[in-house]
Write a protein that binds this ligand. Structure first.
Ligand code: HEC
Length: 221
């Protein structure tokens, strides 16, 4: 009987094996599963060689020669860059003993200047007259984070990054004495009832307990 090609030849040769694959067949067999010793596909192999070369370069650059920064160094560098750009926003760094409400015209004028300064961006979110745009109206009786001078300073200093307000309004540092003037200016705006005032969002507003320096505002609708 002529031997049929591609058919299992004996008991241990159970699988269908092509003639040109016989040389590649490996001797082991597990549960009837046999294996061909095929070459790796070239694209895979070269990809693998590239990772080896990369790994050697990486090891030299970061570990052996130490040219690249370590994780800790990267962290330190980023923190230093952030401190340089945003300043330290630790609120303890503010000396609240100098946070005295100012009412003289010169200080309020300076506060208005800081509020309107293009670098501080307060007006882009709170409006030219603090009547509220994206940010809340800062002139009515409804506040979320406190309407007194100290709360205002903290609000401005720390910002509400998750709501879109950066610390110090923009990324520019405001000097402590300017901060007091800015906060005093905002206090002075209470009850100013600017045109186009944004309606208070009652879900977020707490009635301001501090007496308004100007006449009582009519925030109730
Ligand atoms: C990118 C927009 C944006 C900028 C710029 C911005 N704010 Fe705000 N501000 C907001 C938003 C939004 C809130 C509301 C935060 C909340 O609801 O918790 C807010 C809240 C406040 C509050 C607290 C209000 C409250 O109800 O307690 C004060 C005070 C304030 N901003 C002052 C300023 C000053 C001063 C500047 C400029 C130095 C400034 N903001 C710049 C968006 C901004």
């Amino acid at each position: 009987m002529a031997e049929q090609p591609n058919k299992p030849k004996n008991e241990t040769d159970k699988n269908l094996i092509l003639d040109d694959e016989r040389d590649l067949l490996m001797d082991h067999e597990y549960d009837g599963i046999q294996e061909l010793d095929n070459n790796m596909p070239p694209w895979w192999l070269y990809g693998f060689y590239i990772t080896i070369v990369f790994a050697v370069g990486y090891l030299l650059y970061y570990d052996v020669l130490g040219w690249g920064p370590s994780q800790e160094e990267e962290y330190e560098i980023e923190m230093a860059m952030a401190a340089e750009r945003f300043g330290s926003i630790a609120q303890e760094s503010f000396d609240f003993s100098q946070a005295v409400l100012l009412t003289d015209a010169a200080s309020l004028e300076r506060g208005r200047e800081v509020f309107n300064a293009s670098t501080n961006l307060c007006t882009t979110c709170h409006g030219q007259n603090a009547q509220g745009l994206v940010g809340p109206d800062l002139t009515n009786d409804y506040w979320k984070h406190g309407c007194d001078l100290e709360s205002l300073i903290v609000s401005i200093k720390v910002g509400f990054p998750n709501r879109g307000m950066p610390a110090y309004g923009s990324t520019v540092r405001i000097a402590d004495d300017d901060l007091v003037k800015l906060a005093s200016y905002i206090v002075s705006l209470r009850g100013s009832n600017p045109t186009g005032a944004k309606a208070p969002d009652m879900s977020r507003s707490v009635l301001c307990e501090e007496p308004a320096p100007v006449e009582e505002a009519t925030a109730e609708e």
